[in-house]
Design a protein around this ligand. Sequence first.
Ligand SMILES: [Zn+2]
Ligand SMILES: [Zn+2]
Ligand SMILES: [Zn+2]
Ligand SMILES: [Zn+2]
Length: 305
Amino acid sequence: MASGSTYLDDVRMSPEVVDPPRIEDTTEVIDLIGDHIQHSPKSNVVVASNVRELLECPVCLNAMYPPIHQCSNGHTLCSGCKPRVHNRCPTCRHELGNIRCLALEKVAASLELPCKYQNFGCIGIYPYYSKLKHEAQCIYRPYNCPYAGSECTVVGDVPYLVTHLKDDHKVDMHNGSTFNHRYVKSNPHEVENATWMLTVFSCFGQYFCLHFEAFQLGMAPVYIAFLRFMGDDSEAKNYSYSLEVGANGRKLIWQGVPRSIRDSHRKVRDSYDGLVIQRNIGLFFSGGDRKELKLRVTGRIWKEQ
Ligand SMILES: [Zn+2]
Ligand SMILES: [Zn+2]
Ligand SMILES: [Zn+2]
Ligand SMILES: [Zn+2]
């Protein structure tokens, strides 16, 4: 330990001899990283984009990863497409054989490319072979639209999706961390093509999706209410929520942790990670002649310390 700090002191005591002043050094390093992304010499950019084109499979147009195959004329092909071309090179129709293109695999290994979610704010630059792995986990990767019960294919960051839910799905938006909701369904015996209800809550500077759904649990029709967090799982864990439903002196209470919208509403629903209400109890809570479902669900969201 002592020798380590002595060494550091030594370096610090003679900066003028070796290097320019320290502080400027630091900024320079940052600038250099920035340069590397944006203003690297034109020729390098061209080389990189040419290599990227070389790495595009001529059949599926995806980026190729080892093993990369080639025909005897040198045309390349990805390993996913190889079994599908019946041993004929799709470019020149010659027999394909079993030749691997090691040179291209090695060139690919030397490539460093920005994460494909650069436009969403990721500044990472990754070696070709680890880029895919990063992108699958990149925290800037866009979210799928959290609206349930539709085939919506919209993706985007959280602010974009909030606007989309409001404008395109006409979802109710609420400010605040407590809520009191009534769910009314005139024909509670229809569970096929369930009711999907979504309300978005804004509190703690975050957005939460409250889902209410009817579905078939085995033979039994049930209702479920649960909360999803519009953000990543790591942040979702900082919050808790509770839901209550009841009438006639009876009450069901659920306390849970909101799930990230990275998990589909279906996945959350099928794991029963929410307030599950059996239809019989739901109808009992509804009062009246059991012809109509009328549930009052109250709830609260809070931040864990
Ligand atoms: Zn391919
Ligand atoms: Zn060929
Ligand atoms: Zn990224
Ligand atoms: Zn949508």
